[in-house]
Write a protein that binds this ligand. Sequence first.
Ligand code: GLA
Length: 386
Amino acid sequence: MSASIDAAQVAQAFADTFGTAPDGVWSAPGRVNLIGEHTDYNEGFVLPFAIDRAAAVAIRLREDNTARLHSSYGEQATLTVDLNTLSPDSMEGWTAYPLGVVWVMRQLGVAIGGFDLYLHSTVPSGAGLSSSAAIECAVATAFNELENAGLSLRELVLVGQRAENEVVGAPTGILDQSASLLATDGHAVFLDCRTQESHLVPLDLAAAGLLILVVDTKVSHAHATGGYSARRASCELGAEVLGVVSLRDLTAADLPEAAGLLDEETYRRVRHIVRENQRVLDTVAMLDDGGPGTIGELLTASHASMRDDFEISCAELDLAVDTALANGALGARMTGGGFGGSAIALIPAAALASVRDAVSTAFADAGFSAPDIFAVSPAPGARKVS
Ligand code: GLA
């Protein structure tokens, strides 16, 4: 199957696996975060857009309390689960995402009984493009509809986040699920993570003769462990020492005083968040005023801040960014949680082949694994596709 979701093919794969047609097929996209990194769990601002790679689930409700799950990737066996014994500790591998969502929705009182589920995804996993949120949002959207649960999009965002936090064990914010659920074609989603208020910001790259290239470094990350939670802990420490509810409550004017109150490392973490929030606001203003051709420097400044202050980049991401910039990119930055995953570069459409070749060559020269490089454009959010 190709990068875009073919709903008929997913329905057919379901039928081949379970011997009958599904009740429907729902898809939800991965995302690229244009700017605003690690700001979400600090109640700050983010500006993601959905990409034209998605997870799709075909589902048929059953009369009993059994769930059967099958995916087109990873292990090929069908997993059978007794929903009476479902608990956050009992879920394995990829099934933690769909079953985590089912568990959270049942906690909220949605009466989900047995079902058969077939998953197919074109979002590369571990690439910083929210493959897990795509699954969660497809499943949450499906059961919201199948069970007439009536949950709003904002509530579905929180369902996905709870599945991630309480079942998968990754202390992530609401960026990924918000992008996957709220996005529309041709727009980025500006989101205030404190209030969950959002609005769409036009991102017409083609009209400006531009495109956004993703460089998937193939360096994998896992947010359930290690650096991600350490960064979150630093931010919480910073907020506590500075006496604010969250780092969202600080502006650049507070930084000199913060420098005197925090240890050097915590100060740099705080400085990243404060400046990154401002960069998101500046990016939205510049997109409104001058269009995508004007935001390159903000993207690149964001990368420098993640590399030097927040320290979540890596050699491969830095090389992707530097090489893209040296070959005509207007701006470039790592995207997502960091410690691997993908970088994005805003480039003139005509420079696609030259930037791609330059990055591939630079990776080969450095002895790094070959990256996967592809263009993305702002795509629609989660929906029923069949
Ligand atoms: C991951 C998390 C998000 C967000 C980003 C960093 O994608 O899932 O909640 O924190 O990292 O911006």
